[in-house]
Design a binder for this molecule. Structure first.
Ligand code: BYC
Length: 477
């Protein structure tokens, strides 16, 4: 069960060979995926050998091998975590019933919608990041970018498999549409807000992989609890890949913080821009932006959609099975922070409709742990500054705070104050232009751009000066 069949055109551990119809449908989708990858995947570098890991098993130990691969030849495939034949639904109205192996008819629409929304984010992020290769700060980072990109491509495969295998004709249509929408396109945008934002530079990339991929972790963890077993098993395996993406984000921002602190100490100034570093104030503004657009991805504080997904048994809480309550939540409450008039208040509200907020709370605590680690780097340099997560209401476009202007410290402010101080709080065009001005490709093995410290160690035990990407020609910045 654990091993993956690589002799097949589509590597898989779901016995595709035995389901001719499904195999044919996916084999028809495959060339269209590759067309999309060539059109919207990383710009350039498609002929280069990249030191990538590929899944070869779904067992926790030894699921991946590392080798040189040209990206279009990456073995995208379908991998589900091992089945538990006695798995039971862990929450909602169907608590204790055997997990579904087929789509329950009455929940078909809701389930399809969850899978499509999840699937849509994967190609979107590849589209957002497609220009970054040309300005990579090192070969090590370039390789990490491409690793993230091919795995997002594989996560798209994971959702497309579910659509094709379980949703008939409308599943096939949705799978097509996943290749048609485009991040940031006015007429055919991606579904969720953050996936239509630009990722124009590497600082944005590291912030995105820290904050936005972390939404992925929490959403996948909730879908992993699903009573629909194929979705649960798919998400379980996706989460093993997701961990690397957040590692890239946390260490990426951490390395920028490290370099900034080194420059602050060396030159005895906060203004490290003239020494080619990114000042802490700019980093704070990037945090404010990426954190707030990622908070929106959890939906409204009060959501009947979320209550229904839970009651139906489709989407659970983070670590649902570890929680000691009735797993139905009909009579329970949960504290929710809301805007009432021009005041921010916390109210005990029905736990079921508060499930988006609860997941957002889990996410916020996890983000805070990362920020604490960045602050430890600053402190180690003897610098008395702390990076902070802004208030949850800051710069929100979804939910209770969308109508108001909230400062990072949680004050409800007037439009005039917001307009006057916006650029203290969010990256300005000048910030973006400054960060962009630092983005020059560094492609000599073992060398790193001046605005970011080298990582603590290489990938898969390789040295930092390892040839992580064998370039056929130097990127044009
Ligand atoms: N942008 O009850 P509400 C990842 C819509 S990231 C635009 O508040 P609900 C990854 C909503 O659709 C993880 N629209 O929210 C990371 C609804 O529309 P209708 C992705 C939004 O439904 C990095 C209306 O507002 N996975 O994997 O409870 C790289 C009211 O909805 C937004 C998932 O999201 C928004 N931000 O929750 C690569 C999991 N928020 O009904 C990958 C699947 C809400 O009025 N999705 N709306 O037409 C879900 O569980 C839910 O759809 C959401 C929204 C949590 C997103």
């Amino acid at each position: 069960m654990g091993s993956v069949d690589y002799l097949e055109r589509i590597p898989n551990n779901v016995s595709l060979r035995e389901n001719r119809r499904l195999l044919r449908a996916l084999e028809e989708w495959q060339p269209r995926f590759l067309d999309w990858w060539r059109e919207m995947g990383p710009l350039g570098f498609q002929a280069d050998q990249v030191y990538l890991r590929t899944a070869v098993s779904v067992e926790p130990e030894g699921w991946a091998v590392f080798d040189y691969v040209r990206m279009p030849e990456y073995r995208w495939g379908i991998f589900l975590a091992p089945a538990d034949s006695d798995r039971r639904i862990a929450f909602g109205d169907h608590l204790g019933h055997p997990a579904w192996q087929e789509v329950p008819g009455e929940y078909r629409g809701a389930l399809r919608r969850l899978i499509v929304t999840q699937g849509d984010t994967e190609p979107a992020s590849v589209e957002q990041q497609r220009h970054l290769g040309r300005t990579c700060p090192s070969l090590y980072d370039l390789r990490n970018l491409f690793q993230v990109n091919v795995e997002e491509g594989r996560h798209l495969w994971a959702m497309v498999y579910l659509l094709h295998a379980y949703f008939g004709r409308d599943g096939r249509e949705e799978a097509e549409a996943l290749l048609q929408r485009r991040s940031g396109d006015r007429d055919r945008p991606r579904i969720l807000g953050a996936f239509n934002e630009r990722t124009p530079d590497w600082l944005s990339f590291f912030m995105f992989t820290f904050f936005t991929d972390r939404d992925g972790k929490y959403q996948l963890a909730s879908l992993q609890e699903s009573g629909f077993d194929p979705l649960s098993r798919t998400c379980r395996f996706m989460l093993t890949e997701e961990a690397h993406h957040m590692f890239v984000g946390e260490t990426g921002v951490g390395r920028v913080v490290q370099r900034t602190c080194e420059l602050m100490r060396r030159h005895r100034t906060d203004d490290v821009r003239r020494y080619g570093g990114i000042d802490l104030a700019t980093l704070q503004r990037y945090i404010n932006f990426h954190y707030s657009v990622s908070l929106d991805l959890f939906g409204s504080e009060i959501s009947t959609n979320a209550a229904n997904y839970y009651t139906y048994g489709l989407k659970g809480r983070f670590e649902e099975t570890k929680k000691a309550d009735d797993h139905r939540l009909q009579d329970q409450s949960y504290p929710v922070t809301l805007l009432e008039g021009d005041r921010i208040v916390t109210r005990e509200l029905p736990a079921l409709t508060a499930l988006n907020e609860r997941l957002r709370d889990d996410y916020i605590a996890d983000c805070q742990r990362g920020v604490d680690r960045w602050n430890a780097i600053i402190k180690k340099h003897g610098i008395d500054v702390e990076l902070r997560l802004p208030h949850r209401g800051f710069h929100r476009a979804i939910g209770t705070f969308a109508e108001a202007r909230i400062a990072p410290d949680g004050r409800v402010v007037s439009q005039a104050e917001w307009d006057a101080r916006r650029h203290e709080w969010l990256p300005s065009e000048q910030d973006a232009a400054f960060v962009q001005s630092l983005m020059h490709p560094v492609v000599e093995p073992g060398r790193f751009a001046g605005w970011i410290a080298p990582p603590g160690r290489g990938i898969n035990g390789q040295p930092l000066d390892f040839q992580y990407v064998k370039l056929t020609r130097a990127p044009e910045a």
